[in-house]
Design a protein around this ligand. Sequence first.
Ligand SMILES: [Zn+2]
Length: 287
Amino acid sequence: MRIGIDLGGTKIEGIALDGVGRELARQRVPTPQGSYAGTVEAVAALVHAIESTTGLEGTVGVGIPGALSRVTGLVKNANSTCLIGRPLLSDLQATMGRPVRLANDANCFALSEAVDGAGQGGRVVFGVILGTGVGGGIVVDGQVLEGPNAIAGEWGHNPLPLPDRNDLPLRPCYCGRAGCVETYLSGPALEGEGGTLSETAMARYEERLARALGGVINVLDPDVIVLGGGVSNVDRLYSNVPRLWRPHVFSDHVATVLERPVHGDSSGVRGAAWLWGGPPIGPEAKA
Ligand SMILES: [Zn+2]
């Protein structure tokens, strides 16, 4: 059994999956506000509750809104502030008395969709979060690509390519830079274009998303790009953006496909479970 935990700012959700991805249990509790120790305890209690419900022991994977620094082993880049600078992995392992795998929540989203979601069958999957912020994760052959800085896939703080008149002046970002992709493509940025989302606002958003993803395709050349986060519910993106990214991709034909998420809001928690390995994927799964 694989247990996945999605540690969010307001709730902690837990899921138990069997070896082929069937859901055996799912529970959620509110995140203890402002209490790091309380958060660690709540995760451990949730794992215990799921194991009591199922009568099975499971591996434990945890998705967090941040990453573990490869230098210090401490949480960085988290918007759940009580986690920042804490040795979350070692504390979870000590509290539960077992090995735990920890990953960024965007990486968990990408992994979930790559293993048995919209990216299934693709060797290289780029999972994109278009929500309160803009993030992303990369999965290659069923494995999260983390990188020496633990930031692989974090395209939200790259500059928006080729800014045009409508993009200026470059928007200031909380990270200290200006013109970051996130300042144009987050959910709040889209809403800021106009309350009712006019045709002009949507067209502008699609064109910016296409420009930004075109750059990702040139570097990563993914088989599948899966959108997640609130903006992924906008249907027209899936037909318009691949048409608009063509001139930005250095190729005669663009084989990369843009997909809706299959698991929706469950992708984070499912991907956390698959940090310990999912069902076989790729050619051997079809054999
Ligand atoms: Zn930024």
